[in-house]
Every structure is written in C-alpha cells, then in structure tokens.
Design a protein around this ligand. Sequence first.
Ligand code: CUA
Length: 161
Amino acid sequence: MKGNQKLVGYIFEFAWILPSVAIPIAVISTVILTAFAVGIRVPDIAGRIEPLAINRTAPFNEPGVRELAPGKYEAIFIAETFMFTPSVIDLPVGSDVTFKVTSRDVIHGFKVIGTPVNMMVVPGQISKITVHFDKPGEYLVVCHEYCGAAHHTMSATVIVK
Ligand code: CUA
C-alpha cells in the first residue's frame, strides 16, 4: 500500500471510532447535566405500608402539610381512585417540601407540573421526593398512570404563596 492510501485508511478508521467514543460521552454528560444542573431526580422508596391500614398508619393517618423545621415541610398524600387526599395544600414560597405519597388501591402517578416531582405511586410502597418551591403560583398535581375510567379527572393543587 502506498503512503497516501494508508493515510486515507487512518482517516476513515478515525471517522468511525470518533462517534463510538463521542456518543457515550454525550449520553453520560446529559445524565450528569440533568441530574445536577436541571435538578431531575429519581424518587426514593421511603418504606412499605399495608394499604388496608393506611388510615391508622402514621404519617398517612393525617394527610396534609406539616412543618418539620423553619422552611422545611412534609406533604403527605394518599392516592386512590380517582382522587388525592388532600385535594389542595398551601405552602410558603421558598420552602423545601418532601412529598410522601402512597396508594390505597391501584398504581397511580404523582406529577407536580412545572417541578421535578414525578413519581409512580404503588400500593404497599411509600414514594418520596423533595423539591424546592421558589416561585409562587398554583401547581397542578396530576395522576399520570392510567388507573381507570376517571383517571383523567384525578388531580390536586399545590398553592405556593
Ligand atoms: Cu390515578 Cu390515574
């Protein structure tokens, strides 16, 4: 082989190798960027609960908001066909809120529009995620797992002011 052909060979070889290195680097960078810069997080499993005993199991025996420390809140929700309890909560702007949600019956979803809160709610499990509310407004909470005929009506509201 002449020197020129060899050089062309190396260039083609490099052109094929480059994407196989660049694509994984791009994927990993995107994951790191979304996790740390954009704040997308995977919800935690915060324990198990007996679905039939929700009404007498703390903290789900008292759904709603409670203040844990100055600026830190816990919001306890029960999901069931086709509603969330409570249906409305109020939070002060600038607060850190840990949502803890469980289901009484089937699999539901818990998505707070405009925030990174996006969880699956599974009977027997407690789903948990913490988020910071720095903008006042009314945030719609929707169920985004198909749970039956009135799935599309299942919602709640988080009011931040
Ligand atoms: Cu609950 Cu869909």
